[in-house]
Ligand binder design. Sequence first.
Ligand code: NAI
Length: 302
Amino acid sequence: VKKLHKRHAREGRPVARAAVLGAGTMGGGIAFTSALRGVPVRMKDIAQPALDLGLAEADKQLARQVKSGRLQPEKAQAVRASITAQLDEAGFGELDCVIEAIVENLEVKRRVLAALEGSTRADTVIASNTSSLRIDDIAQPLARPENFVGMHFFNPVPVMPLVEVIRGSRTSPQAVSTAVAYAAAMGKVPIVVQDGPGFLVNRILTPYVNAFVQLVADGADFEQVDRAMEAFGWPMGPAYLQDVVGMDVGAHVFDVIAAGYPERIRPVERNAIRALVATGRFGQKTGGGFYDYQADPAGKPR
Ligand code: NAI
């Protein structure tokens, strides 16, 4: 893997200046991680409160690093200063890479990315952090599809090492290499995957989650399943995982995989995840999912 990363580092363009579109859960995490690893980043959103939240998250992460002794306070200040929050695309002409992390909607992504091409250089690599849309579908209206690639980070970005770099049919090898090299520079473990429903991780994960909801439908206790999988050696069980990912996100990925591979996965129609979505229990972000998080929204419920 290291050899592969070295080759990509040689063949890609070094990313010295970057931007993220969307200062939400993913965009905020990507901006923080990039800045921490020395690549200054412009964080663009359409709403000031969203930018404020993204910056507050960066502050929280930096304070945590300083408190644990992993980062000197002066370094933390420099990292924070290298994140620029903005509502426009000022300075986008100097960027090597832009990572889009806005709402998971094909039409919106197409419109926003086509407009973005007007404010970036001809050689700027544009990446989408889409979790389920095909790169070729998003690329359809783009003037420079060769510069467009998928970079699928996992939540929470500062913690999760894997990044799926998705090669569309028109993506250039140089854009793939640039994305791999940038992810590696961020301290991540990039893998290059083909464009298709669920890429790699969600193709593996969804049948597992489907088996879990089948067990619950058959009468199993979700907490007992979690304890069993943890005792088996996994860091968390499937119910807690869904609470972290978000029930709405999980249900959407489910639909994408079921539509993409109808012969391989037969979804449980009336499953526990859909029942929780219907009652607004989306997981940690709403204070409750399979478990309750009232006392500590970010903490484990036990
Ligand atoms: P989020 O809802 O937390 O954040 C989205 C942000 O984008 C919001 O702050 C919103 O104001 C902003 N936004 C909307 N339109 C915009 C525009 N035109 N320009 C700039 N900003 C705009 O969403 P989240 O969870 O961060 O997801 C973002 C993307 O990442 C989606 O495509 C999602 O599928 C993907 N993803 C999400 C994961 C997760 O676990 N939440 C994991 C991996 C990928």
